[in-house]
Design a binder for this molecule. Structure first.
Ligand code: PGA
Length: 250
């Protein structure tokens, strides 16, 4: 059995004060959780403050991105070694906002995946189709292409010890959630696609759903056979809402 993971993607939100309040609420709420893994991914500049509060708790911390390079003249970037050194266990890679707004190609995302995996930090590898792609009937093709870029870089066992997040772009921050059936169908496809390379890895890999998951829809989504938790944006910014989603994962 796969343990569900609920991860909060805080994106570019919060002040030192509001982040402190949020993480204290999450750490407190997480004390009573059982059978669900919890992580939060603050903005890079807040990671140190968050790690100071989560130390010794059952809440893990992740970054929202990582540079393809490990050190040197890359102004404004943060390497995965730095992220790991700050106490992060996870790094979100290939979020659709990075792909769309910052031009990250499948190949760049795959390079980032490799560098994260090699560091020992767990990649949360994001994939998903746009509305136009869904309406053209190429959802599976798009997800397969995004996954295959990682197979090309890392070989058949690429996803061993990593996490995948299926996030239909049209559902992110829009309030439009994929129906449990729509999401399950793509999750099952993703698992089968990975199984073609390595059945054991496919069976074990956690595949999260992301895109307007909230306390009202989380239980039904996470209840689907191939949905192993969620990557939560908007609803992770309030401790009560985030904890309600975590409880739905139990
Ligand atoms: P959302 O964001 O929950 O606000 O839709 C999810 C994400 O972008 O990871």
């Amino acid at each position: 059995m796969r343990t569900p993971l609920v991860a909060g993607n805080w994106k570019m939100n919060g002040s030192r004060e509001s982040v402190k309040e949020l993480i204290n609420g999450v750490v407190e709420g997480a004390k009573s959780l059982n059978g669900v893994e919890v992580a939060v991914c603050p903005s890079t500049i807040h990671i140190a403050d968050v790690v100071a509060v989560t130390a010794g708790s059952n809440v893990a911390v992740g970054s929202q991105d990582a540079c393809t390079e490990l050190k040197g003249a890359f102004t404004g970037e943060t390497s995965i070694d730095m992220i790991k050194d700050m106490g992060c266990q996870y790094a979100i890679i290939g979020h659709s906002e990075r792909r769309t707004l910052y031009g990250e190609s499948d190949e760049i995302v795959a390079e980032k995946f490799s560098v994260v995996k090699k560091s020992g930090v767990t990649p949360i590898f994001c994939i998903g189709e746009t509305l136009e792609e869904r309406e053209s009937g190429i959802t599976e093709e798009v997800c397969a292409r995004q996954i295959d870029a990682v197979f090309t870089a890392e070989g058949d066992n690429a996803f061993e010890g990593s996490v995948i997040a299926y996030e239909p772009v049209w559902a992110i921050g829009t309030g439009k959630t994929a129906s449990p059936e729509q999401a399950q169908s793509v999750h099952a496809f993703i698992r089968q696609h990975i199984a073609k390379r390595n059945a054991d890895v496919a069976e074990k890999v956690q595949i999260l759903y992301g895109g307007s998951m909230n306390p009202a829809n989380a239980k039904e989504l996470i209840g689907q056979t191939d949905i192993d938790g969620g990557l939560i944006g908007g609803a992770s910014l309030k401790a009560d809402d985030f904890m309600a989603v975590c409880q739905a994962g139990q």
